[in-house]
Design a protein around this ligand. Structure first.
Ligand SMILES: Cc1ncc(COP(=O)(O)O)c(C=O)c1O
Length: 397
């Protein structure tokens, strides 16, 4: 390879998205006219509520088309600080501790870049969201995963975390509710993990992007709310994508202790500048009309819950499939180990033979599992379940 064509350490280290292969094949099949049942969706299948879109359109019409302050428009930062104080119980949050970024994904990367240096370790409980390890590698850090399978409800214990911490550890990533498992830590479990992190002097990056997508009456809690000391150790990342069906708007949020928030604002100012100005006015409408926003979320949740229960029941009725009852997000994560195929092969084969697209667990650090999203229509769920049970029966036969 010529010197010019040589890629950087970062570019050479990064893995392509493991979900991409199945996704690309599913799209190809659909384009060729095949009837594909797609369980791969990582986004709500609802439109953004009209009042949010209207506020954005109004902002455009009013000429809010220029650069905004890099960390976000002041009114949105204030509204988010208020939300974290009132809704999440994080005492004394100041708007200066809030950054609005171009997407929850970028918020995660900013949080990692702000505290992880080359050689540092970041603990990532598996199953994990596919992007975390790659972001850690892009920062020069080393991802260290610890596993919690279905038997542990996909949740690590304080002892597991304590044992994984070394002098090089800078951060642990907690994602509750979780993508891909839908698992949620109880307040007591989360408080115990937070205590371990505080005692060890490491940061928690708490990814709360699914915080409002909850079922069975479970409650979400933010680690930053446990105590001022806890808040000093937590970087909370989130965004508007999942709660308000705004994936295409690219709006993320981050709340951090003052010195970290300042560093994050600096990094953002030099790398992306502000998140899209007029989009932030749409998000502001979501924050300022909270009751209306929550009514829209509840409508979506009623539909998601119905689909969740149907998909769970359908999966559990298939011999050889074990599926924990996820209580958050919009994913189920069944174990398919008994079929004697790797998850990658299972996903490739079922796509090929039955035109069912699901995401294999390898990319989530969980071989033996597959992820199914229920952010899809009831009809696709029914048809997909029929095909899935036929496929599994064929494998068992
Ligand atoms: C756990 C988790 N965090 C963050 C994100 C990023 O969301 P976005 O960049 O759309 O705001 C996602 C999206 O799939 C996610 O699943």
């Amino acid at each position: 390879m010529s010197q010019q064509a040589k890629l950087s350490t970062w570019a050479s280290n990064i893995a392509p998205s493991p979900t991409l292969a199945v996704d690309a094949k599913a799209k190809e099949l659909k384009a060729a006219g095949e009837d594909v049942c797609g369980f791969g969706a990582g986004e709500p299948d609802f439109d953004t509520p009209d009042f949010i879109k209207d506020a954005c359109i109004q902002a455009l019409n009013e000429g809010k088309t220029k650069y905004a302050p890099a960390p976000g428009i002041p009114a949105l930062r204030s509204a988010l600080a208020e939300k974290y104080r009132n809704d999440n119980g994080v005492a004394g949050v100041d708007p200066s501790q809030i950054i609005v970024s171009p997407g929850g994904k970028y918020s995660c990367y900013l949080a990692i870049l702000a505290v992880v240096s080359p050689g540092d370790e970041v603990i990532i409980p598996a199953p994990y969201w596919v992007s975390y390890p790659e972001m850690v590698k892009l920062s020069g850090g080393t991802p260290k995963s610890i596993f919690a399978g279905a038997d542990a409800e996909f949740k690590i214990t304080p002892d597991q975390l304590r044992e994984a911490i070394t002098p090089k550890t800078r951060m642990v990533i907690i994602n509750s509710p979780s993508n891909p498992t839908g698992a949620i830590y109880s307040p007591a479990e989360l408080e115990a993990l937070t205590q371990v992190a505080v005692e060890a002097g490491i940061y928690i990056m708490s990814d709360e992007i699914y915080e409002y997508l909850l079922y069975d009456g479970v409650k979400h809690i933010s680690p930053a709310s446990f105590s001022p000391e806890a808040a000093d150790h937590v970087i909370t990342v989130s965004g508007f994508s999942k709660t308000f069906s705004m994936t295409g708007w690219r709006l993320g949020t981050l709340m951090a202790p003052p010195a970290i928030a300042k560093a994050v604002a600096n990094i953002q100012s030099q790398t992306s500048s502000n998140a899209t100005t007029f989009a932030q006015y749409g998000a502001l409408a979501a924050m300022e009309n909270w009751d209306q926003s929550m009514a829209a979320v509840n409508e979506m949740l009623t539909v998601f819950d119905r689909r969740r229960l149907r998909l769970l029941e359908g999966l559990r009725s298939i011999e050889g499939v074990q599926c924990p009852r996820a209580q958050g997000a919009f994913y189920l994560f069944p174990n398919i180990d008994t079929f004697g195929l790797s998850a990658n092969d299972f996903a490739a084969k079922i796509l090929d033979e039955e035109k069912v697209a699901l995401v294999p667990g390898e990319g989530f650090g969980a071989p033996g599992y597959v992820r199914l999203s229920y952010a899809i229509s009831d009809e696709v769920i029914e048809k997909g379940l029929e095909r899935l049970s036929r496929f599994c029966a064929g494998l068992k036969a």
